[in-house]
Structure formats: C-alpha cells, structure tokens
Ligand binder design. Structure first.
Ligand code: 5GP
Length: 181
C-alpha cells in the first residue's frame, strides 16, 4: 500500500496532454531546422525525468537519429535542488564531430545543464551541441545558462508528471501538474 503525502487528486494541471503534444511537435521542427536534413542526430535522453518527453520528441524527427541515454541526479527525494550532482551513468559512443541534442525535462538552478553542456563540449567535441528542455524555471536559476530550445517557461513551483516525479511517483502521468499549497 502506497503511503504518499501528496495525492494525484490534489494535482492542478499545468499543461494537458494535448498541449504538451502540440508543443513537442513544434520543438521537434525547430530543432530539425537547425541541422542539415541529411545529417545524423545523436539524441541524448537524460534519465529519468526526460524519458517521456524524449520518446515523444523523437517520433517527429525525420533526420536519421541515434538515441543514447545517460543518468544524472541532483535531487534525491526532496523538492529542492542540491548542489551535488550524483549517480552518473555515462556509456556513450564517440560523439566527436556529430550533431548532439541533449534532451532534459526541466532546467531549474541550471547546475545540471551546465554540467552536461561542459561535459559534452570538453569530452566529446561535437560538431553541434543543442540543449533542449521541455520546461524552463528561469526564476530559479543559479547558473547563467539558457537552453537552445524550451517548451514552456514556468514559475518556481515543483511540478510532476510526464516523466517528472515526486518521491519516484507520478512519472507516468500524461500531463504536467503541481500541488497547490
Ligand atoms: P537543476 O540542476 O537545473 O537544478 O535541476 C535539474 C533537475 O532537477 C531536473 O532534471 C529534474 O530532475 C529536477 N527538477 C527540477 N525542478 C523540478 C520540479 O519542479 N519537479 C521535479 N519533479 N523535478 C525537478
């Protein structure tokens, strides 16, 4: 029996499934327009939060694509970011001189985005590196970094659903919502 302090019935929907799907289609087009048609794209899905977003995004791509997965965690089970990035699983092919698109669920403080961007630039030296995030919590930023593409700018509230979790739950919701105080 699950004993979770926040219930799905209390969630307020921020972005419905329909809204998300149409935004994602727009984002896919914008990203593809930035990369020559005949060139491969290496899509890097940042687990676990971007799993839904990434899966839906790539369905729209017409370029030849390869999908890779990495895991990095800055959160634990809390609803605030910590400065410690932990648990990184990185097994990637050689991305030197490739078009690389990093796909994130949300940029909050910017620490993860900075870490990933620096890592890919320095270690892999891709031909082109694009960072796309479905959500952008600009007001919570501690590091001066912006994604190349994002879906929605949101206030500093903790959101769940569509890959984003609360204590490991709610990733499976097809929409994004928040728990009003
Ligand atoms: P940052 O390094 O930018 O502070 O945080 C990035 C990671 O923190 C995201 O990939 C996500 O996993 C987590 N995160 C940030 N804000 C939220 C939020 O509102 N809800 C959830 N569920 N996770 C968040």
């Amino acid at each position: 029996m699950m004993t979770l302090d926040k219930k799905v019935e209390d969630l307020k929907v921020l972005f419905s499934e329909t809204e998300l799907q149409s935004k994602i289609k727009e984002l896919a087009t914008a990203i593809e327009n930035d990369i020559p048609e005949d060139e491969e794209i290496y899509v890097i899905c940042v687990l676990k939060g971007s799993v839904m977003f990434c899966a839906d995004l790539v369905k729209h791509f017409k370029h030849p694509i390869q999908m890779e997965f990495i895991r990095i965690s800055s959160y634990g089970h809390e609803t605030r970011s910590t400065n410690n990035l932990q648990a990184i699983d990185l097994t990637l092919p050689d991305l030197h001189n490739k078009n690389v698109v990093i796909v994130e669920d949300i940029i909050d403080t910017g620490l993860t985005a900075r870490f990933l961007t620096d890592l890919f630039k320095i270690k892999h030296q891709p031909k082109k590196l694009l960072f796309v995030s479905l959500l952008n919590k600009k007001c919570a930023r501690q590091i001066d970094i912006e994604p190349d593409f994002f879906g929605y700018e949101i206030d500093d509230k903790f959101v769940v659903g569509y890959g984003l979790d609360y204590k490991g739950y709610y990733r499976n919701l097809p929409y994004i919502g928040y728990f009003p105080c």
